[in-house]
Design a protein around this ligand. Structure first.
Ligand code: 3PG
Ligand code: MG
Length: 395
């Protein structure tokens, strides 16, 4: 890593502006998944133990530069305080007098939470003057929000140039895990990529075929590949406009020595509905009125064969329409297979991005995985091989 970690900073008596990701899902005014909050605890404890004051800076939702009471941290302040188990003071604005007073009044051993940064238009504009107002509150900037590192915003990018900076514990853990999965992996390295569209994962696929030994494709995006190879895919969802791109990926993969596993059999049904009758057919025989909703048992066996011989696996995206049973079956079986292999230390498995964690949790397979990233978009951009502005700014 080309930047400082928390361990390398002198923290005694220092105010540490700590960028965290508190962008948690909220349903009926309650946090429906508190994983992101729990994951910042090691950083907070570390700063406090070494005599520093953590000042939490974060965003919630997309208020577009305007104050919005529904997206105020005041709503979930009590839950955050309970989850982190430390005395917390809330500042009703992230800059100016309210913020300054909160920082001044908090004692060592406590934490300050600043109001949603996205209530100020300067945040998403990466405004230097807004970043300067944030910088005034602290002596050190610590970025612990890997999942926001793909955003060049004032609290993730501009601010890093204004204060001595470092990465937090979660950021460190995310980067080390991702590095061990893709930059310096133990081989054979296999990627499992699913999800509905090729178009949103074009950069991802193009980067992966240069790096992995085998790419297992599932989900709606596999339909586009099957169509590109000339199979008739009936009424399945596919992006016919992307067929040329799919052919190019297959071609480049072959030249790069990357093996691609496409479905050889599939689960088909008339509708995406749990009560509807479903059948397994070879890809050569997809009935014209039915749609492909999952990969079939033979494909699953082939995928298992690849995985037993792999040392590292990186997973993004479900293999079938996992939200509707029984089309979650292949994802569930393969997720548990990977989870068990990792649990028994036969391979390293890293998963992240969008729907992936929901699919693994639906499969009750999350626990065995070596590492689950808290990031959605940032995980994808990192896997695409892009430089993330929030990380570049620390360098
Ligand atoms: C996320 O939830 O992906 C991060 O917190 C970033 O949020 P954003 O997608 O609204 O920028
Ligand atoms: Mg996002």
């Amino acid at each position: 890593m080309g930047w400082k970690t928390l361990d390398q900073m002198e923290l005694e008596g220092k105010r540490v502006l700590t960028r965290v990701d508190l962008n948690v899902p909220i349903k009926d005014e309650k946090i429906s998944d508190d994983t992101r909050i729990k994951k910042i605890i090691p950083t907070l404890s570390h700063i406090i133990k070494r005599g520093g004051l953590p000042i939490l800076v974060a965003h919630l939702g997309r208020p577009n530069g305007k104050r919005n009471p529904h997206l105020s941290f005041a709503k979930i302040f009590a839950d955050i305080e309970k989850l982190i188990g430390l005395p917390l003071i809330f500042a009703a604005d992230c800059i100016g007098t309210a913020a300054e007073l909160a920082v001044k009044s908090q004692k060592t051993g406590g934490v300050v939470l600043l109001e949603n940064t996205r209530f100020h238009a300067g945040e998403e504009k990466n405004s230097i003057s807004f970043a300067k107002s944030l910088a005034k509150l602290a002596d050190i900037y610590c970025n612990d929000a890997f999942s926001c590192a793909h955003r060049a915003h004032a609290s993730t990018e501009a601010i890093a140039h204004l204060l001595p900076n470092c990465s937090g514990k979660l950021m460190e853990q995310e980067l080390l895990s991702l590095e061990s999965a893709l930059t310096k992996p133990e081989r054979p390295l296999t990627a499992i990529v699913g999800g509905s569209k090729v178009s949103t994962k074009l950069d991802l696929l193009n980067n992966l075929i240069q790096k992995v030994n085998t790419l297992i494709l599932g989900g709606g995006m596999a339909n586009t590949f099957l169509a590109a190879k000339g199979f008739s895919i009936g009424a399945s969802l596919a992006e016919h406009k992307m067929k040329n791109n799919a052919c190019m990926i297959l071609d480049t993969a072959q030249k790069a020595g990357c093996k691609i596993l496409l479905p050889s059999d599939v689960v088909v049904a008339k509708q995406l509905n749990s009560d509807v009758e479903n059948f397994v057919v070879p890809v050569t025989d997809c009935p014209s009125k039915l749609m492909i909703l999952d990969i079939g048992p033979k494909t699953l066996e082939n995928a298992k064969g690849i995985l037993v011989n792999s040392k590292t696996v990186i997973w993004n995206g479900p293999l079938g329409a996992f939200e509707i049973k029984p089309f979650d079956q292949a994802t569930n079986i393969l997720a548990n297979f990977v989870s068990n292999l990792s649990y028994n230390e036969k391979l390293i498995s890293v998963a992240g991005g969008g729907d992936t964690l929901a699919a693994l949790s639906n499969a009750e397979a999350s626990d065995g995985f070596s590492y689950l990233s808290t990031a959605g978009g940032a995980f994808l951009e990192w896997m695409e091989g892009k430089k993330l502005p929030g990380i570049a700014a620390l360098e």
